[in-house]
Design a protein around this ligand. Structure first.
Ligand code: A3P
Ligand code: MG
Ligand code: MG
Length: 378
């Protein structure tokens, strides 16, 4: 792919000025140098209860049990308790970081704080040819905070999925229920009706190059036991059954996202349930996360994780230097990063009006909750 100049984007309503832009990375040659990624080390885990309360417990943790084949992934659809679509706020992750600090079990230096989904989007950018995204960014005392920016229109879109699309989404959650139970010795079968308010999350620390990162993300289940480490964690995924070479190539392309999603939290295993278009579970296959890159090497839709890591490092250092020099002129600014597939990334500081929109009339400084902001000043 040729390096095209990023365009100024008008949907950013409009930015004061585009401070800086970073051209799209080339995926045609191998990464010039390998950027080390430190094995993620869990700091803390927490649960969201069915009334969306965060507690520092493993109450929402689930154990893997093998699913019955031919399971109906549409089972229980009418009883799905659906968590409404929401902004990608960092509040839960910040509570966890605060708790780690209170316990004195973390590191003093953190360069980046982000949910896992955002980091996955950043790292897989070089191979993304369809979906753009935007982030809000703040920098406070040497730490960058990232949250996904979802416009009101986009939020509405996600809330109002077509019935077909909503069912497809449900298949993924239903697979989780067929594959998990609240006890490790439970027998195979339906694990209980789906309530997407309930989540079990793990927060890890890791390092990309010289950048120390704290990442939080949902973990689907564990095998047999959990002792605070990530080596028994399991990611569950569904995918359409593979019927020919084209399906296979499509699946191998999808593995890039599966890979980074799990890699970033140090989840060592991904269990894929292959299903028919109508949601009948046909087979399952387990993949060792760290072996996936070798599986796709040399294939039609091959991807190279080193390209992603080296792009990720460039992206993070670019944001850091621009935001920090911009903040010197205007302390406490909120920044927006816009990624456009095949074009590149742009960074702009938000206007007063846009900043108020981000604060949403809540008790916040930019997108950070005021209590957290106050806490880190001390
Ligand atoms: P599948 O991944 O099996 O399709 P996760 O796999 O990350 O644990 O997420 C569980 C399920 O949530 C997914 O199952 C999918 O149904 C739904 N989901 C997650 N991210 C989504 C997204 N960006 N858009 C639509 N559905 C999503
Ligand atoms: Mg999950
Ligand atoms: Mg999953």
């Amino acid at each position: 792919l040729a390096h095209k100049q990023p365009r100024l984007d008008s949907s950013l309503s409009p930015p004061l000025h585009v401070s800086s832009s970073l051209p799209y990375p080339s995926t045609s040659q191998s990464a010039s140098r390998a950027i080390p990624f430190q094995r993620p080390l869990p700091l803390i885990s927490f649960s969201y209860t069915n009334d969306r309360k965060l507690e520092f417990s493993d109450a929402a943790m689930r154990y893997y049990v093998s699913p019955p084949l031919d399971a109906d992934l549409g089972h229980g659809y009418e009883r799905w308790i659906r968590r409404p679509e929401e902004r990608g706020r960092l509040d839960g992750l910040l509570r966890a970081i605060s708790e780690v600090r209170r316990r004195g079990t973390g590191d003093p230096v953190i360069n980046i704080v982000s949910w896992r989904g955002v980091m996955t989007k950043i790292l897989t950018g070089p191979y993304e040819d369809r979906d753009g995204w935007e982030l809000n960014v703040m920098a406070i005392s040497g730490t960058l905070y990232f949250e996904e920016f979802i416009s009101d229109a986009r939020l509405q879109e996600k809330e109002n999925l077509t019935p077909h699309h909503r069912m497809q989404t449900y298949y993924g959650y239903s697979f989780e229920s067929w594959c998990t139970a609240s006890r490790p010795d439970a027998s195979s079968g339906w694990g209980g009706d789906v309530d997407t308010n309930v989540q079990w999350c793990s927060v890890v620390k890791t390092k990309l190059g010289d950048t120390r990162i704290v990442i939080g993300g949902e973990v689907d289940c564990v095998r047999d036991r959990y002792d605070g480490r990530n080596d028994t964690m399991l990611e569950l995924k569904t995918s359409m059954t593979i019927r020919g070479d084209r399906d296979k190539a499509r699946f191998e392309k999808k593995l890039l996202k599966f890979y980074f999603q799990s890699f970033l939290l140090g989840v060592p295993e991904i269990l894929v349930g292959f299903r028919t278009p109508n949601g009948k579970l046909k087979t399952t296959e387990s993949f060792k996360t760290l072996e996936i890159p070798r599986m796709v090497r040399g294939k039609e839709n091959a991807w190279d994780p080193q390209i992603c890591l080296s792009w990720g490092e460039r992206f993070l250092t670019w944001i850091k230097s621009n935001v920090e020099s911009g903040n010197a002129a205007a302390p406490g600014s909120v920044w927006r990063v816009k990624f456009t597939p095949r074009v590149g990334v742009e960074l702009a500081s938000l206007s007063e009006e846009e900043r108020r929109e981000v604060e949403a009339g809540e008790d916040r400084i930019g997108f950070l909750p005021k209590w957290y902001y106050t806490e880190i000043q001390n």
